[in-house]
Design a protein around this ligand. Structure first.
Ligand SMILES: C[S@@+](CC[C@H](N)C(=O)[O-])C[C@H]1O[C@@H](n2cnc3c(N)ncnc32)[C@H](O)[C@@H]1O
Length: 384
């Protein structure tokens, strides 16, 4: 889309800046008396005189602005205009200061060093721009504000629309969230759930408050068969880490609860915050950053085992959850379980899509634990 400056160019019947150059030459006031130079909106003789007395550098800089104003997305226009050597004054006078500043910014952004400085400031201030979301950003030109808004809209709508698409293309309907009662439906499961609730509360973790003990009670109802558990998210109380707990919380609450419930099993924890990693009794903890798949590979090589249960209680972001799922699909034992905690209603579309993408030997449920809070639970079958 062309800006006002270029519209002015089109109105006066010129298709290129080269054309403009020849017209300006024809109209030189020293050689002729021109009506057009006095016409409203075209500029005065005085202005024209000021223009031709500019130095070559000043002309080029001015021309750069004009060129960018005319073709905001076309870098080549800058070079073409700067070659004209003469600035159409009427165009400069029509560009508002804000437009000029935004053109200068665009111009500077094309310089690598300036870009690096701006990126550093942006990171410090936590400012996000469209280029941070290449998957969601429209490949279109237009007003920046609209593009930023549309990028956010794409990010928030994409999973819901994928759910609609899958509804159309797959014959099976999506599973609705199941109530908690679906789980802990045997005497053993209920007993394990009650014991776990007590332990979660004893170590001041939040799994009991969130009713997750019913699901873990079912998964761990035959404790003698469970030998390996992994939980991503040890529980930091350092306020400078995302997804931290309250300041007086003790890291490792749920790991200690599982450790007491399963004294003969290996309980592994993984967390991004290296300051809270610890080792005690049958618990070992390691570094993992869920946003970096390679750190899961490192974890796998260090623990060198498969798991009966893998829990994701870490960053609670879709990419982090999917990274944990990728790990789980590689390192879950037969009959093993994968649980993602703290899913809020807004994220259900993601899990509906994921549930359609699982391999045939995996079954999944979205469990309604308390109003607005869900677990994603997946079980790998024993036959794979
Ligand atoms: C809610 S706490 C875990 C609580 C613990 N599971 C419990 O129940 O006692 C979330 C943890 O996720 C960790 N975390 C945040 N971002 C992470 C990431 N990118 N990779 C791994 N862990 C992360 C935080 O450091 C924090 O310790």
């Amino acid at each position: 889309m062309l800006g006002p400056a270029s519209e002015t160019l089109q109105e006066s019947g010129r298709s290129s800046f080269g054309g403009r150059r020849s017209q300006v030459r024809e109209k030189h006031p020293a050689s002729q008396n021109s009506d057009r130079l006095d016409a409203p909106g075209y500029g005065t003789r005085d202005r024209y005189h000021r223009l031709v007395s500019l130095s070559q550098d000043e002309r080029i800089i001015g021309a750069c602005f004009v060129g960018l104003a005319a073709h905001p997305r076309n870098g080549t226009a800058v070079a073409r205009v700067s070659q004209t050597g003469i600035i159409p004054v009427h165009i400069i006078s029509r560009i508002s200061p804000i437009r000029i500043i935004s053109r200068i910014t665009n111009f500077l952004l094309s310089d690598k060093r300036t870009r690096r400085i701006i990126d550093r400031i942006r990171n410090r201030l936590g400012i996000l721009v469209r280029s941070d979301f290449p998957v969601f950003s429209p490949e279109s030109g237009g007003p920046r504000k609209d593009l930023a808004h549309l990028t956010a809209k794409a990010a928030s709508q994409t999973f819901s629309f994928l759910v609609r698409l899958l509804e159309l293309t797959t014959s099976e309907p999506f599973e609705n969230p199941v109530p908690l009662q679906t789980f802990a439906d045997t005497e053993n499961a209920r007993y394990a759930a009650a014991t776990l609730k007590h332990l979660f509360d004893k170590y001041e973790g939040d799994k009991g408050w969130n009713n997750y003990h019913h699901v873990y009670g079912t998964i761990l109802q035959t404790p003698n068969t469970i030998t390996d558990i992994l939980e991503i998210g040890v529980g930091t109380n350092n306020a400078d880490v995302v997804s931290h707990l309250w300041p007086t919380a003790r890291p490792g609450a749920s790991l200690r609860a599982f450790s007491e419930f399963l004294p003969h099993a290996m309980i592994v924890g993984a967390d991004i915050d290296k300051r809270i990693l610890f080792e005690e009794k049958n618990i070992k903890t390691f570094f993992v950053d869920q946003t970096k798949l390679e750190t899961f590979d490192l974890l796998a090589s260090r623990v060198n085992r498969k798991f009966d249960l893998i829990i994701d209680d870490g960053l609670h972001a879709p990419n982090a959850n999917i990274a944990s799922l990728i790990f789980a699909l590689k390192y879950l034992k037969k009959d093993g379980w994968f649980v993602v905690e703290d899913i809020q209603s807004s994220k259900l579309p993601l899990w509906r899509v994921v549930s359609k993408m699982l391999p045939d030997d995996c079954k999944s449920w979205i469990v309604d634990c308390k109003p607005g809070w869900f677990l994603f639970v997946m079980k790998r079958s024993g036959t794979s």
